[in-house]
Design a protein around this ligand. Structure first.
Ligand code: PMP
Length: 416
């Protein structure tokens, strides 16, 4: 009998039959509050009528345009519309299907453009699972281990991770930037360094936000040394953190922006954006792919953007995020096992530690399972799986946040 690979572990055990907004329904029509959103993908909720309508219309018109063979209208319209939301100056785009592919496209671009071999990544960052993207990933060894040798030219520097050392933001940031200068003196010369690749908020690495001081330090060093600052906004983009891009929290301008997940409400689509003078340095034919910028995915992305704008979903993400954070803080205040609340907007997590202060993935997983039993779907993240994360669709309502908060409080009480 053919079966799915054992490496695919389901976090919830739910057999999803259909989705509607923030809810998933199993084959017995049991309803679940979905605070996973397909790992932060279904930004407009499951099967938003306007996304469904746009995709259905496109499916009946042209499914596969193949963008290196012909151009198609959904892609042209999407690129045109993205001009309204992309950071100023990022006026050239390339499209692929997944976050990992877009990360690798960015890597190819900065290496070709600079002729420099090395990329500095920041400890705890997740950038994907293809071998190139996994080589850039330091969020958990399970993503890297067993299929080495990984790609060379990757240098790891510290992220200002307050969770690990109990430092202030200033202390953690100054440490991270001093270590980066030390890396330039000891591991890779700045003139051998093509890019800094970094997430505004560590995602899979445990929902750890960066800060303005850190990103200003990166921006200054990038400008001084001709290094490109590449922001991986695969998880933080499209309103997830309560602003359209995560970078807005820290007032930092990237040279290359990577986006995926939330942009097409569940259709596979990813992209990178960069200024023309950088993007034009990509060697002809060095970027491409059979399926990139699929016409149906582009039509869905365009509809997603319209829904986000018309329904004020970035604002909703910020407002519901404040309520959800308050609920998670209450849980942390009541249970010693829950040691932190972190994240931004609707990208929030509760961290678990044991009595000795060690990250406690086992208790986090039990709480997550208890929540699933009670009808609330959640995921974990962090190197030890010690953070239970909350990433509902951006359409989530006040009442749904309150309902989820109640279930979560019961689930944590059950395991504490
Ligand atoms: N970068 C970040 C920040 C991500 O969160 C992810 C996915 N979790 C990826 C890259 C990889 O995206 P994909 O799984 O679509 O390849």
């Amino acid at each position: 009998m053919v079966q799915l690979s054992e490496t695919l572990k389901q976090a919830t055990g739910v057999l999803a039959a259909r989705g509607e907004g923030v809810y998933l329904f199993d084959e017995d029509d049991r309803r679940y509050l979905d605070f996973t959103a397909g790992i932060g993908v279904t930004s407009t909720g499951h099967c938003h009528p306007r996304v469904v309508e746009a995709a259905q219309r496109q499916v009946a018109t042209l499914i596969h345009g193949q963008y290196t063979t012909v151009m198609h209208r959904p892609l042209l319209d999407l690129v045109d519309r993205l001009g309204d939301v992309l950071p100023a100056g990022l006026d050239r785009m390339f499209f692929a299907n997944s976050g990992s592919e877009a990360v690798e496209a960015a890597l190819r671009l900065v290496r070709q453009a600079t002729g420099r071999p090395n990329v500095v990544v920041f400890h705890g960052g997740f950038h994907g699972r293809t071998v190139g993207a996994a080589s850039l990933t330091t969020s958990a060894t399970k993503v890297r281990s067993g299929f080495s040798p990984l790609m060379g030219g990757v240098v790891v520097a510290p992220f200002p991770n307050l969770a690990h050392y109990g430092w202030s933001e200033e202390e953690a940031t100054d440490f991270a930037l001093r270590e980066l200068d030390y890396v330039f003196q000891t591991v890779t010369l700045p003139q051998d360094t093509a890019a800094f690749l970094v997430e505004p908020v560590l995602g899979e690495g445990g929902y750890v936000p960066g800060n303005a001081r850190f990103f200003a330090g990166l921006r200054e060093r990038a400008d001084r040394h001709g290094i490109h600052l590449v922001l991986d906004e695969v998880q933080t983009g499209w309103g997830r953190t309560g602003t359209f891009w995560g970078a807005e929290h820290f007032d930092v301008s990237p040279d290359v922006l990577i986006t995926a997940k939330g942009l097409a409400s569940g259709f596979p689509l990813s992209a990178i954006a960069a200024p023309a003078e950088l993007m034009d340095k990509a060697w002809p034919g060095s970027q491409g792919g059979t399926y990139g910028a699929n016409a149906v995915a582009c039509a869905a992305a365009l509809a997603t953007l319209e829904v986000i704008t018309d329904e004020g979903l970035v604002q909703n993400s910020a407002e519901r995020g404040v309520e959800l954070r308050r609920a998670l803080e209450e849980v942390a205040g009541r249970h010693t096992a829950v040691t932190d609340v972190r994240g931004l907007g609707l990208m929030l997590g509760n961290e678990f530690r044991d009595g000795d202060g060690h990250p406690d993935g086992a208790t986090a997983a039990r709480a997550q399972q208890e929540a699933a039993r009670r009808g609330l779907l959640l995921l974990t993240c962090g190197p030890w799986g010690e953070v239970v994360r909350f990433i509902p669709a951006l359409v989530v309502s006040y009442e749904q946040v309150a309902e989820a908060a109640g279930i979560w409080a019961d689930a944590v009480a059950a395991v504490s």
